[in-house]
Write a protein that binds this ligand. Structure first.
Ligand SMILES: Nc1ncnc2c1ncn2[C@@H]1O[C@H](COP(=O)(O)OP(=O)(O)OP(=O)(O)O)[C@@H](O)[C@H]1O
Ligand SMILES: [Mg+2]
Length: 257
């Protein structure tokens, strides 16, 4: 049975896409079949994988085409392991188009579309856009687990309460089996007082709740290098400390019931 994991945080730039691609590669390196799905019209994940979103858009080869029923889901998958379901700016049109669909419920489109390909993968990682709009809702309705990357060098943790409210709402209305996999602090600088204060604040805020806080992924320049090569840090710099953090997260995801 495959696990679908949404990497969600409505705050921008917290490491959703970086975590998605690095976890996809880490899971593949552990012999798991992994599919990364670009649910963000920015197409960053598609770029990080080394593809050109504009070309894919022209070819009608994106998640938008599949969500709107123009293409079969499996016909737009790129690569093998990890595989990628790419996106481009046209995915932004999906939000209003989903809103006006009167028949089927618009929050469940991605979930339904994934059904046909779920069994081929051990993990499907959904890289969400920085908003709580219908695309993130679609991802949370399609997911079994939600992983929340949080940047530790500013106040991005404030948005997490709002995200958790949304998760609760989705659990009660649309996807009762959705669980929070945990919070993943990213871009953490252990020598920075502010980073440590934020991390302590996160731990205190969640004290008593059964939310897992993963060991932080350290801030490192290796990530900037990787985005220009089409390969993630997990593949290009396998020995770096940040990569080991992603392997720990991958192992936890593998061992979750
Ligand atoms: N641990 C890290 N150390 C240093 N830089 C990092 C780290 N993780 C991510 N970055 C960098 O931070 C930037 C934002 O990361 P990323 O694109 O993964 O965030 P995002 O949450 O997906 O953003 P958006 O909300 O726009 O989709 C990128 O330039 C990435 O290379
Ligand atoms: Mg992103």
């Amino acid at each position: 049975m495959s696990k679908v994991v949404a990497l969600a945080n409505q705050k921008g730039g917290v490491g959703k896409t970086t975590s998605t691609i690095n976890l996809a590669y880490a899971l593949a390196q552990k012999g798991k079949r992994a599919l990364a799905v670009d649910c963000d019209p920015q197409g960053s994940l598609t770029l990080y994988f080394g593809y050109n979103p504009d070309e894919l858009e022209d070819a009608g080869h994106t998640l938008y085409n599949a969500m709107m029923g123009e293409k079969a889901m499996d016909s737009i998958i790129l690569g093998d392991n990890p595989a990628l379901l790419p996106a481009s700016i046209s995915l932004a049109n999906a939000e209003p188009e989903l809103l006006v669909r009167i028949m089927s419920s618009s929050q469940k489109v991605l979930r339904e579309k994934l059904k046909g390909i779920r069994d081929r993968y051990d993990f499907i990682l959904l890289d969400c856009p920085p908003s709580l709009g219908l695309l993130t809702i679609n991802a949370l309705v399609a997911a079994d687990l939600v992983l929340v990357p949080v940047k530790t060098d500013n106040l991005s943790f404030h948005g997490v309460a709002r995200l958790f409210q949304t998760v609760e709402q989705i659990q009660s209305d649309l996807n009762p089996t959705l669980r929070i996999a945990g919070i993943l602090p990213t871009q953490y600088n252990p020598r920075n007082l502010h980073d440590n204060e934020i991390l302590t604040g996160v731990r205190q805020a969640l004290d008593g709740q059964s939310v897992r806080i993963f060991d932080p992924v350290n801030r490192s320049t290796v990530f900037d290098k990787a985005t220009s090569t089409g390969l993630p840090t997990v593949a290009t710099t396998p020995g770096s400390a940040s990569v080991l953090s992603y392997h720990q997260v991958a192992d936890t995801l593998i061992n979750l019931p």
